[in-house]
Design a protein around this ligand. Structure first.
Ligand SMILES: C[S@@+](CC[C@H](N)C(=O)[O-])C[C@H]1O[C@@H](n2cnc3c(N)ncnc32)[C@H](O)[C@@H]1O
Length: 263
């Protein structure tokens, strides 16, 4: 029998097993996930048993594929980084439009590096810095950095602990879910340090608001992604810390999702 035919038979059987396991696990409720998974797999190189196990454990397809799309890029991902979210693309879009002349931008809690790297690709004259508390996340960000001709300078920092300069714009999408919130099952595979924050989810957001002015140039701006319903308290915190021209920005669903303030 021809080798190519045997290969074809094997691939066909592998796809059949993936479809069966998927439908047993998700009970026909999430067919588009199956579609993306099969499209994205390099079927001839897969470890089928491992993929079937991950499907049974409801591991998000982005982690099974170890890649996902964000804005204009494709990002290598693993369990050490948050899966980039579509709402964060709105943040990137906003910054590209409003801060195109900015010299120096800092992305705090960079994770996969998706925000900083997409900005570095579009704002080719801007110097981008990205930091995270997780060395494992920084390994992922550095791997993704090769897609930019204006590479980001990534390094380890517990928020501002290793920052020794000022920036014209500081961005952060920090953890903002409360510790007591029942995490949706789909979030259980993502790093808890990327999701959960003390003080009802406000600890990191409020810490960044109070510390950022020391690391902003005159007229520099801070922009934060936040959770649903957190904007009122964050606006108050910005006012107490003397931020000016505070603006609430909505995501694609019309929900307040970002807050901007100037020093
Ligand atoms: C919600 S994720 C955002 C990841 C990425 N910026 C994105 O938008 O997809 C939050 C990130 O903040 C990082 N982080 C959590 N606590 C931190 C801290 N104290 N200092 C620096 N980074 C921190 C996490 O490791 C995680 O990568």
């Amino acid at each position: 029998m021809q080798r190519s035919y045997l290969k074809y038979k094997k691939v066909k059987n592998q796809i059949k097993s993936i479809k069966e396991t998927w439908r047993n696990t998700y009970k026909n409720t999430y067919e588009e996930g199956l579609h993306f998974l099969i499209e994205g797999l390099q079927v001839q190189e897969i470890d089928l048993d491992n993929i079937l196990l991950q499907i049974k454990n409801k591991v998000p397809i982005q982690y099974i594929l170890q890649k996902w799309f964000f804005y204009d890029g494709e990002y290598f991902l693993n369990k050490h980084v948050l899966i980039p979210r579509p709402e964060t693309e709105v943040l990137v879009d906003f910054i590209i439009k409003k801060f195109s002349e900015t010299n120096k931008i800092l992305d705090l809690g960079t994770g996969s590096g998706c925000i900083a790297i997409e900005l570095s690709k579009k704002l080719i004259k801007t110097k981008l810095t990205g930091t995270d508390i997780s060395n494992k996340a920084l390994e992922v960000a550095n791997k993704n950095n090769s897609q930019s001709n204006n590479p980001v300078n990534f390094f380890l920092s517990d928020w501002f602990s290793n920052i020794n300069e000022v920036f014209d714009l500081i961005i952060a999408n920090p953890p903002y879910l409360a510790e007591y919130e029942n995490l949706d099952k789909s979030l259980l595979h993502e790093p808890k340090t990327a999701l959960v924050s003390k003080n009802d989810g406000f600890f990191d957001l409020e810490y960044i608001i109070s510390e950022a002015p020391r690391y902003l140039s005159p007229n520099g701006a801070l922009i934060l992604e936040h959770g649903i319903g957190q904007e009122k308290r964050l606006k108050e915190k910005m006012l107490i810390n003397s931020y000016k021209k505070i603006e609430l920005i909505k995501d694609l669903k019309g929900i307040n999702r970002f807050i901007l303030g100037f020093k």
